[in-house]
Design a protein around this ligand. Structure first.
Ligand code: GUN
Ligand code: ZN
Length: 439
């Protein structure tokens, strides 16, 4: 099956076209992006054929070309969410607990429903539609522990033509029996999922042990075997989110030097590893993550909502041993599907740490940098010829309050982006394109 979902006629989008080429150093770093204030994106066969100034429109317009005029709205690469839970759409906004109680009281019961294939099918339809409504065209998702739910997810993603990465969550202890697999069945089901779905079109399977507390040593061993046998698959898990979680992990794995060492011991730490949260890290763990090229995934709305702590963004990214970073919603611990709202909360967490996040850095993170963090930087995350035309169109005047605020913005791109990330959410998403098709 071909990698590309979109076909159809040539399509041209008109608007303000923005795409990043590297990490912005801060405000005013004009070399970090390419911007066409009056631009066009030419799309053919699901891919970007050209990016140009609008003056070139007639050169590209052929009979049958569809032209979508987005006026002075911004056209960006579709957003990428590097950590989200597909079966937690009804867990979002659950009251009054921190991580371990939140899991047992709300999350595990909700995920148990996904044993039912009809629930999983309906859940997958809602989930992917909601992502697209928020301008998110790619996500790295945890499933439930049920193979059928992961299959439902990939079937829906294939139907929508999206590039999605997901795993069947492996968990064989410290959870209700109905949600537990075994070391052996977790291995078998993940292997079956990889055979059926990994790199089938735009779908990718991720090796997904939930976290050390819900996996026996035998299961982490099996996860390590999966990682070894499938060198092309990402690995995702949670780490150092909550102090009680860290203490319990130390009790369960007394022979290991620390939380990271639990995963490292089983061969789960490397450049394909996404570690959700990473709030309470020791210097030696930061050094090891840096050396291994593992990614720390910052989930600000979740970390605030579950009361987990404040991620040390600059301590990781700009420290002596820099760590790769992803940004993510972590719904249903997270409180919004919107990567704009997520960027706003990242900014606030960083303010509380005496750090700042410029609008350029934020929009680079949720597009190009998140694509790089998940190993998909060659195909998505930028608007350049040859890359897939997964795009989002943003309206900085989407609400009365935003339109009012924008009256004070005199054509300055960075200011407009900052208004969008601070005040924007799904209402600011004027259109989403998946492989060149408007959805
Ligand atoms: N740690 C283990 N499982 C989960 C989960 O579902 N959400 C969050 N936020 N942390 C976890
Ligand atoms: Zn999570």
């Amino acid at each position: 099956m071909s990698e590309q979902a979109g076909t159809g006629p040539r399509r041209i989008l008109c608007g303000k076209v923005l795409s990043f080429v590297r990490r912005p150093t801060g405000q005013g770093d004009r070399e970090s992006y390419r911007f066409h204030p009056n631009g066009i994106v030419v799309v053919e066969g699901g891919r970007v054929a050209a990016v140009a100034d609008a003056a070139a429109l007639d050169d590209w317009r052929t009979p049958g070309t569809v032209v979508d005029d987005h006026g002075d709205r911004l056209i960006l690469p579709g957003f990428i969410d590097t950590h989200i839970h597909f079966p937690q759409t009804r867990v979002i906004a659950s009251y009054g607990t921190q991580l371990l109680e939140w899991l047992s009281r709300y999350t595990f019961p909700s995920e148990m429903r996904y044993a039912d294939r009809d629930v999983a099918d309906a859940g997958a339809r809602f989930f992917i539609a909601e992502l697209l409504r928020n301008g998110t065209t790619t996500a790295v998702a945890y499933g439930s522990s049920h193979l059928g739910a992961a299959e439902a997810f990939f079937e829906e993603s294939e139907r929508r033509g999206t590039l999605m990465l997901a795993g069947k969550t492996m968990m064989d202890r410290n959870a209700p029996e109905a949600l537990c697999d075994t070391a052996e069945s977790g291995y078998r089901d993940t292997t079956a999922l990889i055979k059926a779905w990994h790199r089938r079109g735009r779908q990718r399977v991720v090796v997904t042990p939930r976290f050390a507390i819900t996996s026996t040593p035998a299961q982490l061993e099996a996860a390590g075997a999966l990682a070894r046998e499938n060198p092309d698959c990402l690995i995702q898990t949670h780490m150092s989110e909550n102090l009680r979680e860290i203490a319990y992990t130390a009790e369960l794995y007394p022979d290991r030097a620390g939380y990271l060492d639990v995963y490292d011991h089983y061969g789960l730490i490397g450049p394909r590893t996404l570690l959700g949260h990473c709030i309470h890290l020791r210097p030696d763990e930061i050094a090891r993550m840096s050396e291994a090229g593992a990614v720390a995934v910052f989930c600000p709305t979740s970390n605030l909502f579950i009361g987990s702590g404040l991620f040390d963004h600059d301590g990781l990214e700009r420290g002596p041993r820099p760590v790769r970073i992803g940004l993510a919603t972590d719904v249903g611990g997270g409180t919004s599907y919107s990567m704009l709202a997520t960027a706003a909360e990242a900014y606030k967490v960083m303010q509380l740490k005496g750090q700042t996040l410029s609008a350029l850095q934020a929009f680079d993170q949720i597009t190009r940098a998140n694509a790089a963090a998940i190993g998909e930087g060659d195909g998505i995350g930028r608007i350049e010829p040859g890359l897939t035309a997964d795009l989002v169109v943003l309206d900085a005047r989407a609400t009365p309050a935003m339109a009012h605020r924008m009256e004070a913005v005199d054509g300055d791109l960075e200011e407009e982006l900052f208004v969008l990330m601070t005040m924007g959410d799904d209402r600011a998403v004027a259109a989403t394109y998946v492989a060149g098709e408007r959805v």
